[in-house]
Design a protein around this ligand. Structure first.
Ligand code: AN7
Length: 381
């Protein structure tokens, strides 16, 4: 038997494709290497010949894809001598920033919209020792404040405007290609700031890149880390499909939205920070943006849990909600291979989950006959 090297986080795993040196002290919680699960029961409901995979990013150490970017951003901040990091957040970034700052023994300041982040995320940031600034405004207002304060204060911004974030997040595309043995035809993602859709495109482009073929334009994304000397790993890139919540859909309106509203608080964002790059991804990949209602989002969240045992937060479920609609209308043709990213764990937002299933609780006395009769009544169907 040959002994396998233990997986110790995405920077170690992909170090030749990331901006680190042999001397870099890596700040890691073992992020990345998440499962890509083929859905069984939902495609059957759609009555279409289609392969749908869920990239279960909720299984990262703090429960969301943000860990991929945060390991890079905090590693580089520490390398550059930072003693504190700062971010604005709808919740998941703050949880990741707090955790990686704790690991690095530096301070994290997180600016969150008062009363509008899910309980799980708040609990994480609080216990991980972040200094939490609740502001009476939304994410976009917080983001503006963070940009301004970082100019005058010795703190490093770890929002996705920090380019190291996207470098870390691109590794999700590498993992998908390695698992499937190919690039998918369509990659469906929730879009808030549009950092993640941009990061995936960087990753897909890097693996399709070669100085010899017709996707050399992609090398512009590789930030000098593209291994030009190698053959491309795959010959195609997916169409990137970004879904936004109806009340927070600047990419559908074509302009910024000032008062975004949605049950999916993670993507309650009206002024996306990666606006230009997301439009570029849209154009280069031949994909599209679309929007889903809060009802569609919650229905997809429930379907994933009920039919596949996959518990994700509402924002994540929009990738499946949108994909199902596009499969039904034929916009995504039969025979396609689709990846939907489930960006955050369902445990992040227990309140929303409980609210939409509250009616299903059966309350009885602690007596055998009552338990038995409840089982018999529910056994059929
Ligand atoms: C679960 O945590 O912006 O389009 O401050 O938490 O890259 O912004 C979260 C975003 C999707 C959108 N799914 O990704 C934050 C934050 C979940 C998220 C997104 C977020 P981007």
């Amino acid at each position: 038997m040959t002994l396998q090297t233990h997986y110790s986080g995405l920077i170690e795993h992909y170090r030749e494709r990331l901006p680190v040196s042999a001397d870099t002290q890596i700040i890691s919680l073992g992020e990345g290497n998440t499962p890509l699960l083929k859905l069984h029961n939902i495609p059957a409901l759609l009555d279409r010949k289609i392969d749908i995979y869920a990239k279960y990013e909720g299984l990262n150490p703090t429960g969301s894809f943000k860990d991929r970017g945060m390991t890079m951003a905090v590693t580089k901040a520490v390398e550059d001598g930072a003693k504190a990091i700062v971010c604005a957040s709808t919740g998941n970034t703050s949880a990741a920033a707090a955790a990686y700052a704790a690991r690095a023994a530096i301070k994290a300041f997180v600016v969150i919209p008062d009363g509008k982040i899910a309980q799980g995320k708040l609990a994480q940031a609080m216990l991980e020792g972040a200094i939490i600034l609740q502001v009476s405004g939304n994410f976009d207002a917080g983001m503006q404040l963070v940009k301004e304060v970082a100019e005058a204060t010795p703190v490093t911004i770890v929002n996705s405007i920090n380019p190291y974030r996207l470098q870390g997040q691109k590794t999700a595309a590498f993992e998908i290609i390695e698992t499937l043995g190919r690039a998918p035809d369509f990659h469906c993602l929730p879009v808030g700031n549009a950092g993640n859709i941009t990061a995936h495109w960087i990753g897909y482009s890097e693996y399709a890149c070669s100085k010899n073929d017709n996707v050399t334009a992609a090398c512009a994304y590789c930030n000098g880390h593209c291994p030009y000397a190698h053959e491309p790993i795959v010959s195609t890139r997916p169409k990137m499909v970004g879904y936004q919540a109806q009340g927070a859909a600047p990419f559908l309106r074509g302009v910024m939205v000032d008062n975004p509203e949605t049950v999916a608080t993670a993507i309650r964002i009206g002024h996306p920070q990666s606006w230009d790059s997301a439009w570029q991804v849209n154009e280069e990949s031949g994909g599209w943006f679309d929007e889903c209602s809060d009802e569609e989002i919650l229905a997809a969240q429930k379907l994933l849990a009920e039919k596949e045992g996959l518990f994700c937060e509402p924002a994540s479920a929009i990738s499946l909600a949108g994909a199902m609609r596009d499969v039904k209308t034929g916009k995504i043709p039969e025979g396609s291979c689709i990846v939907c990213t489930l960006t955050g764990h369902g445990l992040k937002d227990p309140d929303t989950a409980i609210r939409q299933s509250a009616g299903e609780l059966i309350t009885i006395e602690a007596k055998l006959d009552q338990v038995q009769s409840a089982i018999m009544k529910n056994l059929a169907g």
